[in-house]
Design a protein around this ligand. Structure first.
Ligand code: NAD
Ligand code: TYD
Length: 361
């Protein structure tokens, strides 16, 4: 699909910094860019927090056009050295603290990485590019949670929906979005932002709803559903998010925002029942066995009722559309977890954090 994609100016320039590439979505973005654009040099910068796992990238670790750099985006001096070393023409910024429940218990970690870290990156890119923005791009990856919550089932978040974040996570992402826009409007920086709905797929950290439920079902543990399970999320397969990021990185105009979503809304409780059904079949359990593990627990504080994205701008202007149905994506996801059980076992045992310690310190 060539619609709206202007690769020519960009292809002449090669070094791209992807932050947060050892995380869930970042690892899929790194893999897509490394495999698809052999003439780009992809530098993956990640602090390897609890959410970063280089096992996610073991298939491309040796690729010629891929380099990993361990570092923290809250460290401006480190970022400056990195920009001097590589002379980046592009940044795709995914590094973040990303879990709402953690933001409720430790908001400051979200301010540090999501706000201060993003402003550090903007400052360092601005200094390195020094007003020469030809062929440069600063792409900030954000969330639909900045828009708040929806009550009217006929309403959707569009690119012009007013920001109304409720959780410390969404407030920190909203703040970082505002800084990115401010650097475009004030300094003319070539920025782009996308706001995506909930992702699911391989390598999703098992603190988030779908992998947590898969893990707990497999291990016969309680399935904690917050409140009455009435909250609605719009689920998108992670590889389709990565494809959208590729299209937007190459096709957007400077200063633009794109919403990304799957047009695929599920009430939490219905989704948990569906996962129970799929897992019963896969594990050879009698129908209804796993659903017996469902446990309604205290609701999340400030729990947003419904997120739903209108992705028509992305579809019309850049020709993006999801490559899989939810049934296909969920099937592939459950299969991936069942065939990569050591990945989740390494996480629950903490083993994954030792994995590359010797190599990267
Ligand atoms: P994740 O938590 O799986 O990964 C985040 C990565 O960032 C990890 O590898 C972590 O080590 C790294 N990181 C954290 N703090 C860092 C720091 N200070 N310096 C350098 N690296 C650091 O997150 P994810 O789910 O892959 O989300 C990636 C991005 O996409 C985030 O910006 C998030 O807000 C956004 N997003 C996520 C979703 C979703 O459903 N998961 C939806 C829309 C947007
Ligand atoms: P989550 O995966 O944390 O994503 P987000 O909060 O960013 O949407 O949660 C998805 C939905 O599932 C959300 O409405 C909270 C709910 N939830 C549960 O009911 N139980 C759980 O154990 C978790 C982690 C989430």
């Amino acid at each position: 699909m060539e619609l709206g994609i202007k690769t020519s100016w960009f292809k002449m320039n090669k070094k791209i910094l992807i932050t947060g590439g050892a995380g869930f979505i970042g690892s899929h973005v790194v893999r897509l860019f490394v495999n698809k654009y052999k003439d780009y040099q992809i530098v993956n910068l990640d602090a390897l927090t609890y959410a970063g796992n280089l096992e996610n990238l073991k298939d491309i670790n040796q690729a010629k056009n891929y380099i990993f750099e361990k570092g923290d985006i809250t460290d401006a001096g480190f970022l400056e050295t990195l920009f001097k070393k590589y002379d980046f023409v592009g940044v795709i910024h995914l590094a973040a603290e990303s879990h709402v429940d953690r933001s409720i218990s430790d908001p400051m970690a979200f301010v540090m990485t999501n706000v201060i870290g993003t402003v550090n990156l903007l400052n360092v890119a601005k200094k390195a590019w020094n007003g020469n923005y030809e062929g440069k791009r600063f792409y900030h990856v954000s969330t639909d949670e900045v828009y708040g919550e929806l009550f009217d089932p006929k309403e959707f978040f569009t690119e012009t929906t007013k920001y109304d974040p409720h959780s410390p996570y969404s407030a920190s992402k909203a703040s970082s979005d505002h800084f990115v826009r401010a650097y475009h409007d004030t300094y003319g920086m070539p920025t782009v932002i996308s706001n995506c709905s909930n992702n699911y797929g391989p390598n999703h950290f098992p603190e988030k709803l779908i992998p947590l439920m898969i893990n707990n079902i497999k291990n016969n543990l309680p399935l904690p559903v917050y409140g009455k399970g009435e909250n609605v999320r719009d689920w998108l397969y992670v590889i389709d998010h990565a494809r959208a990021i590729d299209d937007i990185y190459h096709g957007a105009e400077n200063g633009e925002t794109y919403n990304i979503g799957g047009n695929n809304e599920w009430k939490n409780i219905d989704l948990v029942y569906l996962l129970c059904k799929i897992m019963d079949e896969k594990l050879g359990r009698a129908a209804g066995t796993s659903a017996g593990l469902i446990t309604f627990v205290k609701d999340r504080a400030g729990h947003d009722l419904r997120y739903a994205i209108d992705a028509s701008k992305l579809m019309k202007k850049l020709g993006w559309e999801p490559s899989v149905t939810f049934e296909q994506g969920l099937e592939a996801t459950v299969e991936w977890y069942l065939s990569n059980w050591d990945w989740i076992a390494n996480i629950t045992s903490g083993e994954y954090q030792k994995y590359y310690e010797e190599m990267y310190g």
